[in-house]
Design a protein around this ligand. Structure first.
Ligand code: COI
Length: 355
């Protein structure tokens, strides 16, 4: 693929604040764009980050025909090299999301080439620091202007990047979840397993209701009985029960997280018994009462691996055991981030060098 490159005349990199990157507030100098027209992707280009023109009748704006991805580039603390973590898995997940939303797919080769080129042009934006990285957000949406409810005939594929800290910047402290029993995020046969814009919009009202009450995130329950744990907003969820790690299975209503898969692979290698199955809040509460619940944590690209401190369910707070420095969550966090930053040997072929 030939990518047309238009360099920014002045870099904005000096605008990066010292110490407080937050998540998704600052965007690097360049972005990637490409259009789908006449049954093919055309005009791949890298150009200065900035507003884009979009027709007000664009299908994505009205009917949500839009999918996205999230991955990161990491700067190695010892070798200063830049690595992507499991970008092929993001390419595969994007393909699955595209199929669900009737969007033409971007081939994994083009996806990877576009990301590598963009990150290498903006390599100075990949931050230094143990909990910082360059978040990469590919986005694909129906750009055709029409009010007919159907798949668009034209699409735009964009990639933007942002230097970030971890999503929950809690310095190892656990998060407080509210198990949501009124609203649901997804139901069987819906789009819950796709990374599509509408899934996130549907979470905003329950999230804003609960933010005032001090909750960090919603813990979504199943859409039929509101009893079984699904996922926690930006992350998949894991319970350490006795000698087993239990996580909701990929039944189509939860996002097939890449960090989820990474965590499960590592936990299996460490000898843990893994159960991917339905787990009800009742089971979690019983396990807590009998002392069988050892810890719970969430995992996602933006969040990495975070301990869960408390879960609010039907008016009661369930206090989880204090995880501490030697918790499984902490060990997993360390193992995953050391792989991502190239500190430990990658025996899985997960890292892709950018330079
Ligand atoms: C990610 O972890 O990459 C996500 O997409 C979560 C995001 C909505 C912040």
């Amino acid at each position: 693929m030939h990518i047309d490159i238009q360099q920014a005349s002045v870099s904005r990199i000096k605008e990066i604040p010292d110490g407080d990157l937050g998540f998704g507030r600052i965007f690097s100098d360049h972005m990637f764009s490409m259009d789908w027209s006449g049954d093919t992707w055309i005009e791949p280009r890298i150009h200065p980050y900035g507003p884009i023109e979009i027709i007000p009748s664009a299908l994505a704006l009205h009917y949500g025909q839009s999918v996205f991805e999230g991955l990161k580039a990491y700067r190695g603390p010892t070798d200063d090299r830049i690595r992507l973590f499991r970008p092929h898995s993001n390419a595969q997940r994007l393909k699955a999301s595209c199929e669900r939303l009737c969007i033409p797919c971007v081939s994994p080769d083009i996806f990877l080439e576009a990301i590598r080129e963009l990150v290498s042009i903006d390599c100075a934006w990949v931050p230094h620091g143990p909990d910082c990285s360059l978040y990469i957000r590919p986005l694909l949406f129906g750009s055709e202007g029409t009010l007919a409810v159907r798949a668009a005939s034209t699409y735009r594929f964009l990639i933007i990047t942002a230097p970030v800290q971890e999503y929950f910047n809690r310095q190892g402290q656990g998060i407080y979840l509210k198990a949501e029993h009124r609203f649901t995020r997804a139901s069987p046969g819906g789009t819950g397993g796709a990374k599509t814009a509408g899934n996130y919009a549907a979470t905003l009202q329950p999230m804003s209701d609960s933010a005032g009450a001090g909750f960090d995130q919603i813990l979504w329950l199943d859409g039929v009985e509101h009893r079984y744990v699904e996922e926690a907003g930006q992350m998949n969820i894991f319970f350490h029960l006795g000698d087993t790690i239990v996580t909701p299975d990929l039944s189509g209503t939860i996002l097939p997280g890449i960090t989820r898969d990474t965590a499960l692979t590592i936990l299996r290698e460490w000898g843990y018994k893994i159960e991917e199955r339905r787990i009800s809040m009742d089971e979690v509460i019983t396990a807590s009462k009998t002392g069988n619940l050892r810890e719970a944590f969430g995992a996602g690209t933006a969040a990495v691996v975070v301990p869960i401190d408390r879960i609010h369910y039907l008016g009661q707070d369930l206090q989880l055991p204090q995880a501490g420095n030697h918790s499984l969550c902490q060990q997993l966090y360390q193992a995953i981030t050391e792989l991502q930053f190239g500190v430990t040997q990658d025996n899985h072929g997960w890292s892709v060098l950018v330079d």
